[in-house]
Ligand binder design. Structure first.
Ligand code: SF4
Length: 387
């Protein structure tokens, strides 16, 4: 057993009794929490536990089950309808050039707002013995140039198994990039071992979509793990979920984005919390997300401003949302406001740009690009002045 597996096994809290022992029975209402613990799986790793300062703080809220999870108002079990876009087990193929490949059924810590909570923690729903049909599906689809490994958390697999997956994907010529979607740098930074970093370098380009929701998660250990990944050439981005009681304030989000950049992680998305059953108490109004983006854009560097998106319920994919800056667009001008609310006008060009004419240019000396099909390459032919 690896060191990180021992840390996970021996140091995590996975029962109400252990939680009460750790935080004190005078602080925790054991009877009130019991129905939640009877119904839902939980595990909090030592790293995540260390981030909790007090009961009910943003870190506590992310990991400790509550009876609110039993209240389903308009939440949906598979809120993104991922199963409808699953042609073979473990694959979701929704967008033209990329697939989601679920490779691990487990996570180090279990987040209470998880979109995939219907599957996560259940090895029957993300079977480890059904990779072959997924590899075959990707092999048969040359349009797939980007594979996102997810789960659960792919970093919960052994190095040997991750390498097996990477080897198989790298043997498919049209797979250009591989992404690991993982919250491990926050939950179990010890998992980013030198051995893993040595191994992963053989399969570049590898990206990791990390997941941080609060600046407190950027601990010294997390930053060191991110540094090891950066030095191994893994390109780091971050996906953040907008969560009530965790990060629903411009100040917290600004601080989070700055801490990420200091750790060489590019903020990539802020997601509206999905309409997932059991996670409804984390949802904010969409206006809150727009307020946060408006508080970032212009007030800090663009590098610190991720895309704010709603993953459309029912499987529509990610849709970006922007605060309204444009007031009016005509053929003559565009009127808009800047980040400070000041009004500006941009004059439209008076004539159609020659770079994009509405009619093809009348140039008798030039014929269109022809595909030299027999040679399998494109050539540009120009007639001589004498024809
Ligand atoms: S780490 Fe990701 S997949 Fe696992 S429980 Fe949290 S949000 Fe869900």
């Amino acid at each position: 057993m690896s060191d990180w597996q021992k840390i996970l096994r021996d140091g995590s809290i996975d029962t109400l009794e252990k939680l009460a022992d750790k935080f004190g029975r005078d602080v925790i209402d054991v009877e009130a929490l019991k129905p939640a613990f009877d119904n839902f799986q939980m595990r909090i790793t030592p790293a995540a536990l260390n981030q909790i300062r007090e009961v009910g703080d943003p870190m506590w809220n992310q990991y400790v089950p509550t009876v609110q999870e039993l209240d389903v108002v308009d939440g949906v079990i598979d809120s993104l309808d991922e199963d409808a876009d699953s042609p073979v087990p473990n694959i979701t193929h929704r967008y033209p050039d990329r697939v989601l490949f679920l490779v691990s059924p487990v996570c180090a810590s279990y987040c209470r707002f998880c979109t995939r909570r219907r599957k996560v923690g259940d090895p029957e729903k993300i079977p480890l013995n059904q990779y072959d049909s997924a590899f075959e599906y990707i092999r048969q689809h040359p349009e797939v140039r980007d594979v996102i490994l997810s789960g659960g958390d792919p970093m919960m697999l052994s190095d040997r198994r991750i390498e097996y997956i990477l080897q198989n994907l790298r043997a498919i010529p049209h797979v250009e990039i591989i992404r690991l979607g993982s919250r491990i740098t926050s939950h179990l930074p010890e998992r980013i071992t030198p051995e893993f970093c040595d191994m992963v370098q053989k399969y570049h380009p590898i990206y990791m979509n990390t997941h941080f929701n609060h600046p407190s998660e950027l601990t010294e250990a997390s930053r060191a793990a991110l540094d090891r990944l950066s030095r191994a050439g893994v390109v780091l981005g971050c996906q953040t979920v907008l969560l009530k009681g965790v990060n629903d304030s411009p100040e917290v989000m600004m601080k989070l984005m700055h801490e990420l950049l200091k750790a060489r992680v590019r903020p990539y998305y802020i997601y509206m919390a999905d309409q997932v059953a059991g996670g409804e108490h984390f949802r904010t109004q969409v206006q809150k997300g727009l307020e946060i983006v408006k508080a970032l854009r212009g007030w800090t560097s663009g590098l610190a401003v991720p895309h704010f998106v709603i993953d459309a319920p029912g499987g529509g994919g990610k849709v970006p949302l922007l605060p309204e800056y444009v007031e009016e667009i005509t053929d003559d001008e565009v009127i808009f406001r800047n980040y400070e609310g000041k009004r500006f006008t941009y004059k439209q060009p008076k004539t159609a740009s020659p770079a994009c004419p509405t009619e093809p240019a009348a140039e008798p000396d030039i014929v269109p690009i022809e595909i030299a099909a027999s040679k399998g390459r494109a050539t540009r032919k120009r007639k001589s002045a004498n024809g």
